[in-house]
Design a protein around this ligand. Sequence first.
Ligand SMILES: [Zn+2]
Length: 458
Amino acid sequence: MAPQRIVIENCAVATVDAHDTEYASGHVILAGDRIESVGEGRAPGGLDGVVRRIDATGHLVTPGLVNTHHHFYQWITRGLATDHNLFDWLVALYPTWARIDEDMVHAAAQGSLAMMARGGVTLAMDHHYVYPRGSGDLTGAIIRAARETGVRFTLARGSMDRGESDGGLPPDFAVESIDDALAATEAAIDEHHDASFGAMTQVAVAPCSPFSVTTELLGQGAELARRKGVRLHTHGSETVEEEKFCHELFGMGPTDYFESTGWLGQDVWMAHCVHMNDSDIAAFARTGTGVAHCPSSNARLAAGIARVPDMLAAGVPVGLGVDGTASNESGELHTELRNALLVNRLGPHREAALTVRQALRLGTYGGAQVLGRAQQTGSLEPGKLADLVLWKLDTLAHASIADPVAALVLGAAAPVTASFVGGRQIVADGRLLHVDEDAVARSTREQAQRLARIAARD
Ligand SMILES: [Zn+2]
């Protein structure tokens, strides 16, 4: 039996394939969960099994956006510590974060995912590393929220074991023992990780950062990930303070420290990577280590500007990240496309830093590469998963912008008329199809208030 086909036509198409192929007026045919064909002009006639034909006049079709770094739980602690640098911000927020529970995390994950999905994200990730004792099944709550929303998802099962008494930043009551962290991470992989082509859920091993994790947990975490064949994720080289911390504690900078613990490799991606010298970038390129570039969060916390043009020139895989919404209250990936371009043009490469098409590539194919899914998603090519977005560009905000890719990257956040994950539609006319947005808004507010009340009692 022929698979069910969806035909999308009369639209601009940016495939983000290896040649940046674009069609001013083209079509995309979906068959089941895959892309069957992409091309110029209208779709050919006489196709069997067409269940839906979308006249996408006035739209740009792109691969779905990919978010490579986030902390969903922070959705219910937005708007706090708004004028701090990273370390002061963390110290201000850890005591509140240490009081999260399963209901709070589920609501926060729903809020984070809803915001991303309605803004065109089809592959999301959550780096969750706060597991207070007795807080319930946080991993299960996050994965449930991803399934409800319908996005493809990577859970980076985080951990912290370097509390204040070990010279770390988090309070002792917010950290786990090494054995507990590793056992829970392995259980999450066994229960939830799917290695198949069309996987909706994958799990990565993700100790939080050099200043909240011991060398032993980093080393044993890397061994666990490689034994299980899953990816590794952490924060790296985010601030000058972190660099100083690494030099004082380990006698070397963050990249050398990561290399010494087995944390460079093509199965690793790291968030931020702001303070990298030429030899650090060369080490990432040599080992194939990926980067989650988070320009808005880096700006909000005054961390600095990552050297993305130099990374790309060296061949480092780079994707974009929203980062947690306690340091990027909007929680939208569109903003990161734009800010990646703007922020990097303020650096030494000026107008040559990034093009609008490179910004779109970072937010799509680059992200898929960093999450280890570039064979499956991140560009519109026959045989890949049908993860794509129809952006409406014919209204007031965008109708007079000459180039549709420039309209998407530089213009206002474009409305999403439709978003598909594996051929299944998850957004229609800017609204989520499988989750009640208004109910999510209410429950996130309730849970944020509950968390604030509990934290105020401490
Ligand atoms: Zn982060």
